[in-house]
Design a protein around this ligand. Sequence first.
Ligand code: G16
Ligand code: MG
Length: 221
Amino acid sequence: YPQAFIYDLDGVITDTAEFHFFAWKKLAEELGIFFDRQFNEQLKGISRMDSLDRILNLDPSIPAFSLEEKEKLATRKNEYYLELIEAVDPSHILPGIEALLIENKKANLKVALGSASKNAPAILDKLGLTGYFDYIVDASKVKRGKPDPETFTTAADALGIAYWDCIGIEDAAAGIEALNKAKMFSVGVGDAAHLPHADYLVGNTSELVFEKIIEQYQKKS
Ligand code: G16
Ligand code: MG
């Protein structure tokens, strides 16, 4: 039987992925760089600086920025992002998520957050979900972001739970890769084209049903 559930934040607990997209798009357009939703899939779960690098790489004619300039650009994106998330409240919790958290607690399982976002603790607070979490991993706690497994192994280590006793839920390819590398059971939210390596895949968060996830986990182990 599993011992812990580790949740990704953006795209799993709430749809801040959409706000990241708008904030990056605004910054990119100011630099004369244009990108679409398909490219945006590559930014999901990726750290702020790595996301900026990927966007700047889209246009070979963009001059090389110094680290200081890049930090300014990343800060500007975060300012746009903070404006957009100001309105986040409990109505922004994705369907099925709070019910799943309640089931986790009923089953006496540990619950952790494994997010690449520096804003993760503030967003959990705005959603009113902080009380469910035994441990929160955000960008400040890890050296190597997803797809490196460190985000998830840091959470399991803090909880004192073996990696194979953990179930992780992710909407990003980089996150599924991180979970698989950590030898955790990976639950993907999205479509098979983006998340071909998930151990168990659901189309959206309302399909995240506790018993079904446990059943799939037990089939694999
Ligand atoms: C999230 C998003 C990424 C974002 C990253 C860093 O990760 O998916 O798009 O770039 O956090 O966010 P911030 O700029 O707030 O530090 P996750 O892991 O919660 O999906
Ligand atoms: Mg995500």
